[in-house]
Design a protein around this ligand. Sequence first.
Ligand SMILES: [Zn+2]
Length: 166
Amino acid sequence: MLALARDAQASEFQLLHKIVTETPQRMHLKSRRPFATHAHELLHTTPADICKAACVKAKWRDQWKSAEPSRLHLYVEDSTDVPGRLLPRKQWTILNRLRTGVGCFGAAMMKWGIVDSARCECGDPLQTVEHILTSCPIYRPPHGERGLIELDHRTLVWLASTELKV
Ligand SMILES: [Zn+2]
């Protein structure tokens, strides 16, 4: 029974491969990126001996290296091993909002028209991620941005206990 299923799957794959590689392109197709052409490119650019996950990872790494440098480049080198990924959701969320600089910071909330003031709870007139990481007397992590990169013990304790809501 298992052999039959495997044969059927192999047969389906062979049929798909035959359609993709042998079907002539229709000239009247309006799509700028027809499926068969795209599949052809993939077949020729994907090494035969590489598994799908490794291929995706290699492609991601190439795109990551060629992208404009951003805050995230400080933290992420390998998409499968981002430090802190096993933290509880609340801590992981705060960590990533501080890492990306994208979150409900006062400056962003005012820009989005949700609040009237960008003021931080410490009294600073402009709550940004830079303010939180460098000078906020209430919410600054114990080792600032370096702690968010290294995720040292004190930073992990801070993440578990902070009242920061961003
Ligand atoms: Zn503050």
